[in-house]
Design a protein around this ligand. Structure first.
Ligand code: GAL
Ligand code: ZN
Length: 663
């Protein structure tokens, strides 16, 4: 799906307002440069006030207004929040938590994903919508559901239990195979009959890890089935209208975005960086790199962001002047072809009345609305960026099933996979190097450096792919607690890193997690620092020791290792070096891989990314730092956001400044 321009707009919930406000909405939207709005996301109760009785008249008028104003609709399937009558008539559609508590109506997303009743009612509504609006001139995109898995990540009710058994039967065939996969000889868990198998409900102590992992896989599948049910109806009616569903940013544990991306025409992401956090743009950057990689570099849509403050954190900071613009351009730099917000008009009532909007409660003559208009005009003027792509030489490997497994309980110490990703991704970002975030089955052929943090769950197929990458000359960096178990949570025989032992040239004999807030001394070729969180007793078997522990029981033992293999080399970190040392390690492996920054000598705090298309290339420079920054360009270029007729070879960016340079 290629857009003729970078789309601009946001969620629009006209049902919250009397009709006489809509005309003003259209006028102000046009003035602000809005080209796409997401409509109907929470309109189910309004369009189907009673089962099977529809009131589409008002919604027809909304879409007609949009078409008249030349604004496109990202038309929601309206199934994200069922009307109260559904659970009144069918209480079994309500989801259950692991401890048996029912999640009642009164908020949103109160449905069991496995519920045939929910699915049937959702499908019936989607048939209506597709039939009625499939050829409406405003329709540009289908917005299926909304933030699947946001609040209800899994359901433990009896309906879900039956669906889980069906799913397990498909996967294992018979109970004996299930028993083997789940290691049920342990703690007398052997099942004699399918009817004994349950979701991992609240139990006296640690649950079976293989059962939990399969339940995470199943829950993702159950939610995905709700999506594909609607998707298939829409594809039947409107095969030419692209469809998406918005992922939760930066990455959302219950939903495997890599699998879901393959089921969509374009991927979209909701992103809410926290203005209180000075590194929040790096975390956002990780999410953008992941969502872009999910469809192998295809442009993606920033479906939601806040114009200023959100209302759902404990404390909610507004975005200071210029930050909304800076972060919007960051998304475009990292491959977005849409800058959309939650939401157009600030709600006057309900649980989100303190959430900022493009049109604040205080009206159009406001700081936020002025910034929205200015951004809308800039985005409109940068239409030529649409469809261009970002390329990366570095990939960081992320895997959802590993995420579900590595954070399981009763491990040597709790690990936070996103924190590990952050620790590895941050120094690459800071070094002005573009990084893809890819699944284990990605084609690694185009990458010079592959980074693999904490890949506890490792299949032999993934191990083979990593081995092939190094064999043909690639560089690999793997960090601790990798290659520990297979896909059924059984330990790889012979110890970690399991099927990577030959490639890494080492064996991990014991895990030595550090005490809470404890650190361990590290010497990396004369450079001293601390290891954080974890350490390991490693026995080299071919690998060269590049760094050692300098403290405690592991003093003198290997902490950083490098193993030449085929045409390339594989590095191993037996701890998480502190940020400065991690930067040094990553700079070293990056240099070995021959990966250069986007431009040499870029100032700290300036993010630089390129998008390419045809014979053109665009360099984005974004100053996330607090002081002005000057960047020397290799050749004079035109800033799309500046004086178009004055090419420059020296760009000075104020704090929060942005330049988009065409070359
Ligand atoms: C998203 C959601 C929107 C709105 C927004 C507020 O999670 O999709 O409907 O609630 O958050 O930040
Ligand atoms: Zn359920």
């Amino acid at each position: 799906m290629t857009m003729p321009r970078i789309l601009f707009g946001g969620d629009y919930n006209p049902e919250q307002w009397p009709e006489d406000v809509w005309a003003e909405d259209m006028k102000l939207m046009v003035e602000a440069g809005v080209s796409l709005v997401s409509v109907g996301i929470f309109a189910w109760a309004q369009v189907e006030p009673r089962p099977g009785e529809y009131d589409f008249g008002w919604f027809d008028r909304v879409l007609d207004h949009l078409a008249d104003a030349g604004i496109g609709a990202s038309l929601a399937t309206m199934t994200a929040s069922p009307p109260p009558w559904l659970s009144r008539l069918h209480p079994e559609v309500l989801p259950n938590r692991a401890d048996g508590v029912t999640l009642w109506p009164g908020a949103r997303q109160h449905y069991c994903p496995s519920s045939p009743v929910y699915r049937e009612h959702a499908a019936r509504l989607v048939e209506q919508l597709a039939g009625r609006y499939g050829s409406h001139p405003a329709l540009r995109l289908w917005h299926v559901g909304n933030e699947y898995g946001c609040h209800v990540r899994a359901c433990y009710c009896d309906v879900s239990a039956a669906d889980f058994r069906r799913w397990l039967r498909d996967r294992y065939g018979d109970v004996d195979a299930l028993n083997a996969a789940w290691s049920t000889t342990f703690w007398s868990q052997r099942y004699d009959d399918w009817s004994e198998v349950l979701p991992p409900r609240t139990a006296p102590t640690f649950g079976n890890p293989a059962q939990k992992l399969d339940f995470a896989r199943f829950s993702d599948d159950a939610i995905l089935a709700c999506y594909t049910l609607e998707r298939d109806i829409l594809r039947r009616h409107t095969p030419d209208v692209p469809l998406t569903t918005n992922f939760i940013g930066l990455v959302h544990k219950p939903i495997d975005s890599f699998r879901w991306a393959a089921e969509q025409d374009v991927v979209s992401l909701d992103s809410y960086p926290d203005p209180y956090d000075p590194r929040t743009h790096v975390d956002a950057g990780f999410g953008y790199d992941l969502v872009r990689s999910a469809r192998r570099g295809q442009p993606w849509l920033l479906m939601e962001q806040a114009p200023s403050a959100v209302n759902w954190r404990e404390r909610n900071a507004p975005k200071p002047p210029g930050v909304m613009r800076l972060w919007s351009w960051q998304a475009v730099a990292q491959g977005a072809d849409a800058v959309l917000f939650f939401q157009w008009r600030q709600a006057a009532g309900g649980a989100e009345k303190f959430h900022s909007a493009m049109l604040p409660h205080t009206g159009e003559h406001t700081r936020t609305h002025r910034e929205v208009r200015e951004l809308g005009a800039e985005i409109a003027a940068a239409a030529e960026l649409a469809g261009t792509r970002v390329q990366a030489d570095v990939a960081l490997l992320h895997d959802w099933p590993n995420w579900w497994a590595v954070e399981g309980d009763a491990h040597p110490a709790p690990l936070d996979l996103l924190a590990a990703h952050r620790a590895h991704y941050g120094p690459v970002f800071d070094a002005h190097v573009t990084c893809d975030v890819v699944p284990p089955d990605a084609d690694l052929a185009g990458y010079r450096l592959v980074i693999v943090p904490n890949l506890y769950l490792l299949s032999t197929a993934t191990a083979d792919a990593l081995r092939a990458h190094v064999h043909r000359g690639g560089i690999l960096l793997v960090s601790y607690f990798t290659g520990v178990v297979d896909e059924t949570e059984r330990l790889h025989p012979g110890g970690a890193p399991g099927p990577l032992r030959d490639l890494l040239g080492l064996r991990v004999e014991e895990f030595w997690p550090l005490p809470v807030d404890g650190t361990i001394g590290l010497n990396l070729g004369g450079r001293h620092g601390r290891g954080l969180e974890w350490s390991e007793w490693v026995e080299p078997a071919g690998a060269q020791v590049m760094g050692t522990f300098t403290d405690g029981e592991l003093t003198g033992r290997p902490a950083v290792l490098r193993h030449s293999y085929g045409e390339g080399a594989a590095w191993y970190l037996a701890t998480r070096p502190d940020p400065a040392l991690m930067r040094a390690v990553l700079d070293q492996v990056r240099a070995e891989a021959g990966v250069a920054p986007v431009l040499p000598d870029l100032p700290d705090g300036v993010q630089a990314v390129r998008r390419h298309g045809g014979y053109r290339s665009y360099l984005f420079l974004l100053n996330h730092g607090g002081t002005p920054a000057t960047v020397a360009l290799p050749a004079p270029a035109v800033d799309l956001l500046g004086e178009q007729d004055a090419p420059t070879d020296l760009v000075t960016l104020p704090p929060r400044g942005v330049a988009v340079l065409r070359s």
